[in-house]
Design a protein around this ligand. Structure first.
Ligand SMILES: *Cc1c(COP(=O)(O)O)cnc(C)c1O
Length: 543
């Protein structure tokens, strides 16, 4: 069958336009339930193609494929993007403008690996979006963060942070070992991890151990330590106290830094901690950590996946203590943040910022690939019209893990362009207000216990609330019972060895009063049922 190019285009356009319209209908039909009904989920699972079926891998054509997805799969997905009461994990929702931008990303399918300023605006947009984030998060001079890139998520950003840290702390040890060996001879060429590998570089630098000093690190940081050949055991928990395990013990950090010159250290600040939402440092701690890192040649990394966005809250008394807990984070050498959580752009959008672009490119450059080469970045000439920044743009494929890369900057760019500082602050404030309303409710309720510290000020709450039911039987099944309502979704966790429930408010859809009313009703009803059951001596059933 011969078709002209224009009819192919027309067919593709008609298909896509119809697909988009049908998607909107399917989303509307799905509603805002936080989870699919069990029967809908079962139907989807039984409809998946199975090897051995006669029609397996028999092409159905685009229309039938789309119908299958919209009619069968979409209703069986959860409501994390569609409900302000999906409070599990820290998922974030998706702002309409970010979704529209993400559709553009797919439609144009740019590969943002190489910086080609004469051929595409893509990398300049990515650079600008990251510059807008530096300003939104109040991290100081744009030029102080020449190492910047979008990653697949905070996990990848933590890998980048520890990789840069590993490279830098070994380089620092190598330099001091070479200086100690001879003050008269010219310095030997450095033996780097990038070039010689971890074992040879450690040996040349006299490094026997690399440790990561932290408090209540996110599991992905421990994973990063494995990926980078440091090992899970390299991650050392230094809690300030048993009551505040999320806070970093600065005296212990200093003891570890001073322990042995053959031990090199990366300090990783949990800003904030994913179970409690609390922060490792306060306003006074970060300057102290900075000077300790300088004195001992350590790298200072901040994992601020969701917590660092507290810095973008409105500058009012309401959020004063959150600002104190996130003050000084700009003193880090590298920072992890997530766009796909509180910023409400779609997956996958992680953010990585680094003060040392030379170390970052040393780790992540593609060596010997002439076809990927771009001219070395030069600061943009003031009279040039190419980009509105003076911070050089590097080819992204030399700044992170991937070579081929989705244009994941565009939804962030769209969001910040649309909401600006004030709109973003207002969205973030709504999340905090709902979390604080729930924290106040569980604190004051006779049926629930606010964790980790029932006497903490409400203002210590950012977007996470940890709690348990006082009725032990209800507490056992609390998360299942809450989630079965499909009006609300919470995560199960454990605290101090006992089951606990945890909410994380992270969607732009939050309507503080309306959502709080639903949360309060669900928790009140479940407690009343459990109390009634206890009165007649029955256990609470799981459903
Ligand atoms: C979510 C989270 C991560 C992991 O982020 P992904 O985007 O899921 O890779 C890392 N650190 C913290 C503190 C987090 O909350």
């Amino acid at each position: 069958m011969a078709t002209s190019d224009s009819s192919v285009d027309a067919d593709a356009d008609a298909f896509l336009a119809q697909a988009h319209q049908r998607l909107r209908q399917a989303v509307a039909a799905r509603g805002d339930s936080t989870e699919p009904a069990p029967a809908v989920l079962a139907r989807a699972l039984s409809a998946l193609p199975r090897a051995g079926q006669p029609e397996f891998l028999e092409g159905r054509g685009p229309k039938a494929a789309l119908s299958h997805i919209l009619d069968t799969i979409v209703p069986a997905l959860n409501g994390q993007a569609l409900s302000g009461r999906y409070l599990g994990f820290v998922t974030g929702g998706i702002l309409p403008v970010a979704e529209a931008a993400d559709n553009i990303v797919s439609a144009l399918d740019q590969n943002l690996g190489v910086h080609l300023p004469a051929h595409s605006a893509g990398t300049a947009v990515e650079h600008a979006a990251l510059g807008m984030l530096v300003a939104l998060l109040d991290l100081g001079d744009d030029a102080a963060w020449p190492g910047r890139t979008f990653t697949t998520g905070a996990t990848a950003s933590n890998i980048l942070g520890l990789a840069c840290g590993r490279e830098a702390v070994i380089a620092a040890r190598f330099k001091s070992a070479a200086a100690a060996a001879s003050s008269t001879m010219p310095a030997p060429a450095p033996v780097t991890v990038a070039e010689a590998g971890l074992l040879a570089a450690c040996q040349a630098a006299g490094v026997r151990e690399i440790q990561v000093l932290t408090s209540m690190a996110h599991s992905s940081l421990v994973k990063a330590a494995s990926v980078l050949g440091l090992g899970h055991a390299a991650v050392k928990e230094l809690p300030a106290s048993a009551d505040e395990p999320w806070r970093l013990d600065l005296d212990a950090v200093e003891r570890e830094l001073a322990r042995d010159p053959a031990v090199a250290s990366i300090i990783a600040v949990s800003a904030g901690e994913v179970n409690t939402g609390r922060f490792a440092t306060n306003a006074l701690d970060m300057p102290k950590l900075r000077s300790l890192a300088n004195r001992y040649g350590a790298w200072l990394h901040v994992d601020g996946a969701f917590g660092i966005f507290a810095r973008a809250l409105p500058q009012t008394d309401e959020f004063l203590s959150l600002r104190a807990n996130t003050a000084g984070l700009e003193l880090a050498d590298s920072i992890t943040a997530d766009g796909h959580k509180l910023l409400n752009v779609p997956y996958d959008a992680g953010i990585f910022l680094c003060r040392d672009a030379a170390i970052q490119t040393q780790v992540f450059s593609n060596p010997n690939a002439a076809y990927l080469a771009t001219p070395p970045p030069a600061p943009t000439n003031k009279t040039a019209t190419t980009t509105p920044t003076t911070t050089p743009i590097h080819s992204p494929l030399n700044m992170g893990l991937e070579n081929s890369r989705r244009f994941r900057a565009l939804p962030v760019y769209a969001t910040l362009l649309s909401a600006g500082r004030a709109g973003t602050a207002e969205m973030l404030a709504r999340m905090v207000r709902l979390a604080r309303a729930v924290a106040g409710f569980v604190r004051d309720s006779p049926d629930y216990e606010w964790l980790p510290d029932p006497n903490a000020p409400l203002e210590s709450t950012h977007i996470i609330v940890l709690f348990r039911a006082r009725n032990a039987a209800l507490n056992e099944v609390l998360v299942d019972r809450v989630n079965a309502t499909r009006a609300l979704f919470v995560s199960g966790t454990s605290w101090a060895g006992r089951k606990a429930a945890r909410i994380a408010v992270s969607s732009w859809r939050v309507d503080v009063d309306a959502d709080f009313a639903v949360i309060k009703r669900v928790l009140t009803t479940l407690a009343a049922e459990a109390n009634a059951a206890a009165a007649v001596g029955e256990a609470v059933s799981a459903s």
